[in-house]
Write a protein that binds this ligand. Sequence first.
Ligand SMILES: Cc1cc2nc3c(=O)[nH]c(=O)nc-3n(C[C@H](O)[C@H](O)[C@H](O)COP(=O)(O)OP(=O)(O)OC[C@H]3O[C@@H](n4cnc5c(N)ncnc54)[C@H](O)[C@@H]3O)c2cc1C
Length: 414
Amino acid sequence: MFANVPEASHPAGLARLEAFIPHAGADYARGRNHDLGPEGDNAVSALSPWLRHRLLLEETAIDAAIAAHGLDGAEKFIQEVCWRTYWKGYLERRPVHWHDYRAACDEAHGQVAKDRRLAADLRTALDGDTDIDAFNFWVNELRETGYLHNHARMWFASIWVFTLELPWALGADFFLRHLLDGDPASNTLSWRWVAGLHTPGKPYIARSSNINKYTQGRFNPGYRINTQVEAPEGVERPPVGPSPLAVDWQATPTTGLLITEDDLLPESLFGEGDWPLVIAVQSTDWRSSGPVAARVRDFAHAGLADALARNPGARAIGPIDLASADGLTAVREAATAAGVDRLLTPYVPTGPTADAMAALDPVLAADGIERQAVPRDWDVLHWPASTHGFFRFWKAARPMIMERAGSGSLSRGG
Ligand SMILES: Cc1cc2nc3c(=O)[nH]c(=O)nc-3n(C[C@H](O)[C@H](O)[C@H](O)COP(=O)(O)OP(=O)(O)OC[C@H]3O[C@@H](n4cnc5c(N)ncnc54)[C@H](O)[C@@H]3O)c2cc1C
């Protein structure tokens, strides 16, 4: 899908949205499950790298789809964008799944270090050298483009867990290190869903006939795929925690702006501030203890630079790499030098950037600098419904989206 690293800017996200919107109705509903390969004329939008970094907002994509096709006409596309919102809310309210995933990665690395056969099987999979040509193709496609079609992600994860019998967390880690849209919520929870850890008794089982049909005959792995799968037992159901509430914020002359790669449109939240200091911080390497692909880091870096350019301040600093030895103290020193005692930032949801913020906060506090996170209305409104399955979420989200679109008056078509 992306032969070169796509442009990580707000205008580039808007341009891709504009090009896609004529196809967000019936074309998308009809063709979205087909993966025609990186060179193919796919019906999906490939908007995820921009949506993931909030170089494009969910509501911008949804509003544009409704304006062109009506809510009914673009319902499939809108639902898919809402899957993103749903997963974000779901993880935010159960951050334990993120922390358990990180622990599962560490545990799996420990197993690999002790078990030569497992280490060899993992290497074979990561090299795209298995006896399943479809799987090998997707390994290389992901490495070379930073993108996989949703259906390919489902088949890949299912084969990883149930045929290659590799630890699911290491597959999720491979995705998170290579996907331009690598997202702690969508990725961790989708892998859990495939592995049968999300909906008890319902793992996702990839089948050759389905792969053959939806790749239009490009692949037919036949008997090589294991379909005799037993659902894991004893799936945990952690209690549901709170959802972030709206925050009253005010910028004073000593309030700076902190931009993270989780929200690269701060001006749409805070307006054009008269900032004494704007700092952009990069947390891409916090995604994993393993190496993150250069194109993933480059995309986030360019997005941060774009956000810095859109949000001028008396001083502009960054992007500062928070994984570098002096990254955290560099932020504190910049804030102190600019006389800033508070850094406003768009709310950072559970995941690697929030982990980096948890390390940054005490460093800032040592110099009396506070970080204040402000959630977006979209998240405050929708995340409370991320309590059970997606369809319950959608039941709550649809009327709110209708209301947004003007009491459903835009709806046309079916
Ligand atoms: C194992 C696995 C891992 C995944 N990891 C990620 C990830 O790290 N980051 C990520 O953004 N998505 C992830 N997804 C969800 C989905 O595959 C991608 O969002 C989608 O393929 C992106 O391509 P697109 O922009 O062309 O999607 P489109 O079909 O054009 O959808 C439009 C937008 O809706 C959202 N969306 C669509 N489908 C989903 C979905 N199932 N879950 C959540 N959001 C969705 C995305 O923001 C996407 O850009 C994963 C799915 C699976 C099965």
